[in-house]
Design a protein around this ligand. Structure first.
Ligand code: PGA
Length: 263
């Protein structure tokens, strides 16, 4: 039986001062809820403050990204050992906003290189995180064009294979995968619960094929993309959905606590 998990991805929102206020309000609302795992992923600059405020609670600390090298001349990057030192237990990798979503969505193609994560860099990041005993939250998902041309499964299987390539299954016991259809992120357009469940089931089968059924049964597969209190209960009831990766709605302590309660 997998414990439900709800992770809040604050993206580039909330200053450290605002983050502190949000965490304090949120903790008051959800502290009794110990049968659901909760992870807050603030921006790097808010990690120390959030860590301090969640001490002695069951809420865990997550980061939104990491760089794959151990240390060195990589201006602006943050390493897994730095995250580990700050008490980070989970880290998002391969989010579609890092994979080059802006290019794919035909906003300004010149922005794409800034976010050009590939399956290979995702793989390097996962390896580095595991080396530092930080659990990856691997994001996968198709764009609207990929869905409309029937490529959803092919794209997701490729992201899973590329991201997890060559990693020992024994290291992936605490893996978290987030199914985040790109067209549903920040758009208000949620994937219908039965369809999200079907794709999450496909993800579990693919992991079973790659890593064995034991890893697949332990992997928590989250749905992400316009999750809110109004749709979270239906999503989280699906047999293959073990919780959510919540963006916009996780910034509001009241809304986010309602989502956690629905799990
Ligand atoms: P959203 O974002 O909930 O704002 O759609 C989810 C995510 O990007 O993780």
């Amino acid at each position: 039986m997998r414990t439900k998990l709800v992770a809040g991805n604050w993206k580039m929102n909330l200053t450290p001062t605002e983050a502190a206020a949000a965490v304090e309000a949120f903790i008051k609302l959800v502290d009794a809820r110990e049968n659901v795992d909760v992870i807050l992923c603030p921006s790097y600059v808010s990690l120390p403050k959030v860590r301090e405020l969640i001490r002695n609670t069951h809420v865990k600390l997550g980061a939104q990204d990491v760089f794959w090298e151990e240390s060195g001349a990589f201006t602006g990057r943050v390493s897994a050992s730095m995250l580990g030192d700050l008490g980070v237990s989970h880290c998002i990798v391969g989010h579609s906003e890092s994979r080059g979503r802006f290019g794919k969505m035909e906003t300004d193609a010149s922005l794409a290189p800034y976010f050009a994560e590939t399956d290979h860099t995702v793989n390097l990041k996962i390896r580095r995180l595991l080396f530092h005993a930080i659990n990856p939250i691997l994001c996968v998902g198709e764009t609207l064009a990929e869905r409309e041309t029937g490529k959803t499964e092919e794209v997701i299987a490729g992201q899973l294979r590329g991201g997890l390539d060559g990693i020992d299954p024994a290291e992936l016991y605490f893996l978290v995968v987030a199914y985040e259809p790109v067209w549903a992120i920040g758009t208000g357009q949620t994937c219908a619960a039965p369809e999200a469940d079907r794709v999450c089931g496909f993800i579990r089968d693919t992991i079973a094929g790659m890593m064995g059924t034991d890893v697949a049964e332990h992997t928590r597969i989250l749905y992400g993309g316009s999750v809110k209190a109004a749709n979270s209960a239906e999503l989280f009831q699906q047999p293959n959905i073990d919780g959510g990766l919540v963006g916009g709605a996780s910034i509001d302590p009241g809304e986010f606590s309602r989502i956690v309660f629905s799990a």
